[in-house]
Design a protein around this ligand. Structure first.
Ligand code: PBG
Length: 326
C-alpha cells in the first residue's frame, strides 16, 4: 500500500525500471547492417562539403580507405554518387554512358569490399548541364521514355562494373521494368533494383545538389516527376507500379517528414522498405549537434523513429558515425 493510499492496477513504469529490462523489451533495434552510407565520389581532389559538415567528396584513393572503414564497422552498404566536373556535363548527359571514374569506383567497391552491399545511382542529373534528371526538349519539358532508354543503358554499365543494386533515383514512369529487362537481356539477372518508389519534390535535397555542383536553372524545379509533398495515396500507386514492374526493394525519400508513407509501404508490400534520411535532414541535425543546441543522442532518436515507422534499411550520412557507437 502506498503511503498516500493511492492504488494503481497498472504501472507502465515497472517495465522501465532497469536498463537491461528496457533493452530486452525494446520494440525496435538498430544494427550497423541496417545502415547504408551515401558517399560522393570525385574525379579530382577530395574536398569538404560546406552544407554537410563531416562529409566529403572523395577521390578514388580516399574512397578506398572509406570503404574499408565501413566494412570494418559492419555497415550494411554504400550508395555511391558521382561528382562530375562541369566540363563533362552537357544537355544529353552523354558522359553517363561510357566507363569513367564513377564506374571505376563501383568496380573498386566490388573488388575491395565485396561484403558491403553496393548501390549505384541511376539518374542523369549529375551529368546534365541543366541539372534535370532527364532529357529536356526545346520547351523545357523533361522527356520520359527517351530518358528511360538512357537509364537502362546506364544500369547495364553499372552492372558490368559489379554493383549489387542499381538504384534509379529519377522518378520517370516505367523505368523499373525497362531497366530490369535491359539487365536481363545483358545477362545480369542477379543485379538487384532498389527503386526510389516514393520520392518527393523536397527542399531537403539542397546540400546534396551543392555537393554535386548540380544547380537547376532559376525558376525550374523537378515537380513534373518528383511527388507532391501533399500526397500520400499517390505513393501507394508509385510503389505498386514499381512492385509490379519487378523492383527488389522500395524506398521512401526524404525520410523524417514522410514517416506515414514509410508505414504505408511497409504495411502494403512484401519487399524491404528503405528510408533515405537525405542531406537536408543530416544538415539540420548535424548543425544543431555541432552548435550544442541539441544533444547528439538526437541522431539515434531520428533513426529509431524511422525503424518504428517501418523502415528496414536506412540510408543516412550518419551511418559510419552511428555504426561506430552501436
Ligand atoms: C537526384 C538525386 C537527389 C538526391 C539523390 N539523387 C536530388 C534531387 O532529386 O534533386 C538527394 C539526396 C540527398 O539530398 O541526400 N537524382
Amino acid at each position: 500500500m502506498s503511503s498516500n493510499n493511492f492504488y494503481l492496477y497498472r504501472r507502465p513504469r515497472i517495465n522501465r525500471k532497469k536498463k537491461r529490462l528496457r533493452e530486452s523489451i525494446a520494440e525496435t533495434s538498430l544494427r550497423p547492417e541496417d545502415l547504408v552510407q551515401p558517399l560522393f565520389v570525385s574525379s579530382t581532389e577530395s574536398s569538404d562539403i560546406k552544407s554537410l559538415p563531416g562529409q566529403k567528396r572523395l577521390n578514388l584513393k580516399d574512397l578506398k580507405l572509406k570503404l574499408l572503414e565501413l566494412k570494418d564497422l559492419g555497415v550494411g552498404g554504400v550508395a555511391l554518387f558521382p561528382v562530375v566536373p562541369d566540363s563533362d556535363k552537357n544537355e544529353t548527359a552523354s558522359k553517363a554512358l561510357s566507363p569513367h571514374f564513377y564506374t571505376e569506383a563501383l568496380q573498386l567497391a566490388h573488388e575491395i569490399t565485396p561484403e558491403l552491399v553496393s548501390y549505384s545511382d541511376v539518374a542523369l542529373d549529375p551529368y546534365t548541364s541543366h541539372g534535370q534528371d532527364g532529357l529536356v526538349d526545346k520547351s523545357g519539358h523533361v522527356l520520359n521514355d527517351e530518358t528511360v532508354d538512357i537509364l537502362s543503358q546506364m544500369a547495364v554499365l553499372h552492372a558490368q562494373s559489379g554493383v549489387d543494386f542499381v538504384a534509379p533515383s529519377d522518378m520517370m514512369d516505367g523505368r523499373v521494368i525497362h531497366i530490369k529487362m535491359a539487365l536481363d537481356e545483358a545477362g545480369f539477372n542477379q543485379t538487384g533494383l532498389m527503386s526510389y518508389a516514393a520520392k518527393y519534390a523536397s527542399s531537403l535535397y539542397g546540400p546534396f545538389r551543392e555537393a554535386l555542383g548540380s544547380t537547376l536553372a532559376k525558376g525550374s524545379d523537378k515537380k513534373t516527376y518528383q511527388m507532391d509533398p501533399r500526397n500520400r495515396k499517390e505513393a501507394l500507386l508509385e510503389a505498386q507500379l514499381d512492385f509490379e514492374e519487378g523492383a527488389d526493394a522500395l524506398m521512401v525519400k526524404p525520410a523524417g517528414f514522410y514517416q506515414d508513407v514509410i508505414r504505408d509501404l511497409e504495411n502494403n508490400f512484401h519487399l524491404p522498405i528503405h528510408a533515405y534520411q537525405v542531406s537536408g535532414e543530416y544538415s539540420m541535425i548535424k548543425k544543431a549537434v555541432l552548435s550544442q543546441d541539441l544533444d547528439s543522442q538526437v541522431i539515434l532518436e531520428s533513426l529509431y523513429s524511422l525503424k518504428r515507422a517501418g523502415a528496414r534499411i536506412i540510408w543516412t550520412y550518419f551511418a559510419a558515425e552511428i555504426a561506430s557507437q552501436l
